[in-house]
Structure formats: structure tokens, C-alpha cells
Write a protein that binds this ligand. Structure first.
Ligand SMILES: [Ca+2]
Ligand SMILES: [Ca+2]
Ligand SMILES: [Ca+2]
Length: 213
């Protein structure tokens, strides 16, 4: 999550995410258990068309699978990219990459890899993976969010955060439950806390009205 994302946008994204949680259509999660790079993570396509920020927030709110915490998918190897393409969805989806914080500096913004830079200007940092389509990312008209499989194959594109796409939730064993807490979870929890406080205030008001009546 970029620091540039305003609090108001976060609240709007979370509100949309909460609404989505009730209405989203998703395929059954698929676990990656065999083949090179298999990590035991679960992957799930959510077929609702949502903005990047909503996908990021909604993925964080997905119910963990057996202790594997949920986040918008991070794709950190060719094998993981191919696994998702072949077993989860081969069409256009959001992944948890963003250069909203610093233009041209692409980071993973969810999951255990949150904060890892996978493209720095025109340089791919050693040990990282990316699969940009030729000529991408091009920031055409201002594009700060990562989409996979945009061009019909395995390659990636940068797209406006305002676009609406399906997305892939990844359930990773080393997420917030087992490791550090990514920033999006922190604010999601904070906003849930505010929501509860608001509900308490509303209940109090109703009580006051009832007592006055
Ligand atoms: Ca991953
Ligand atoms: Ca950009
Ligand atoms: Ca682009």
C-alpha cells in the first residue's frame, strides 16, 4: 500500500470491500502442492470487477484457510505466475504490485513480500521476478497498479488503479498470522475498530432516544 493513498480513499476502498465480501463470486481456492516452486499456498479467483484499492482491501479481509492468511496475490516466480495462469485464471486480474508511492518503482504491497521492489526504473533488482509485456510498464495516462495476463498470455501490464478487474487472493502461510503484519491489515483493523465504535455510538443514541420517548 502506497503511502500516497489517502485515508479517505482507504475508507472508501474498505467500504466497497465490505460490500463485496457479501456479494463476491469466487471459484474454489486451489492449493499449489506439486511441481517446482510449489509453496503450499492457496489461490482463489474473485470474479467481481473492482478497482485496485478495493481488491487490495477485500483480499486482506478474506477468511484465512487453515492459518494461511489472505492477501492480494504476489507473483514472485515464473512457476507461481504459470501456476496461477494454468490453474486459477488465465484472464486479466489484479496482482498486488504498485508504483503509486514512487513512479517507476514497483513494489509488492501485500503479503509476506510487502515492500519488496521488483522493478526500479528500468532495472529489475537481482533475485526478483517480473514478467512485463514488451513496452510495459508504460504508465499510460498514469498507471500505478499491476495486472496479470492482460494480453492473453502470461505477461503483465500496468493499469490505472481506477480500472475494474477480477483479482486473485493468495493464502500465504507466512502472512500476518505467522509473521509481520502488513500495513493494509493494520488500517483494515483500525477501520473495523472505528466501525465498531460508530456502532456503539449509534446504539447509545438509540438507547437515549428510547429512554427519552
Ligand atoms: Ca505469492
Ligand atoms: Ca506508474
Ligand atoms: Ca500499461
Amino acid at each position: 500500500m502506497g503511502l500516497s493513498m489517502t485515508y479517505a480513499l482507504k475508507i472508501a476502498a474498505l467500504a466497497a470491500a465490505s460490500a463485496l465480501a457479501a456479494a463476491s463470486a469466487s471459484a474454489a481456492p486451489v492449493q499449489w502442492t506439486t511441481g517446482p516452486g510449489a509453496n503450499g499456498h492457496w489461490y482463489e479467483l474473485v470474479s467481481s470487477f473492482v478497482t485496485f484499492d478495493t481488491a487490495l482491501a477485500a483480499a486482506e479481509l478474506a477468511t484465512p484457510i487453515a492459518g494461511y492468511d489472505a492477501h492480494l496475490a504476489t507473483v514472485t516466480s515464473a512457476e507461481e505466475n504459470a501456476f496461477i495462469f494454468n490453474n486459477v485464471f488465465s484472464g486479466l486480474v489484479w496482482f498486488a504490485g504498485s508504483d503509486a508511492e514512487v513512479e517507476g518503482v514497483w513494489k509488492w504491497v501485500a503479503g509476506p513480500e510487502a515492500g519488496t521492489i521488483f522493478r526500479n526504473g528500468f532495472v529489475q533488482p537481482p533475485g526478483t521476478y517480473a514478467n512485463w509485456h514488451a513496452g510495459e510498464p508504460n504508465n499510460a495516462g498514469g498507471e500505478d497498479a499491476l495486472t496479470g495476463f492482460y494480453f492473453g498470455g502470461l505477461t503483465w501490464n500496468d493499469q490505472c488503479v481506477c480500472a475494474t478487474n477480477r483479482y486473485v487472493v493468495e493464502y500465504s502461510g507466512s502472512g500476518p498470522i505467522g509473521g509481520g503484519v502488513p500495513e493494509p491489515s493494520t488500517w483494515a483493523l483500525m477501520i473495523v475498530g472505528f466501525g465498531l465504535a460508530g456502532a456503539a455510538v449509534r446504539t447509545g443514541r438509540r438507547r437515549a432516544v428510547a429512554e427519552a420517548a
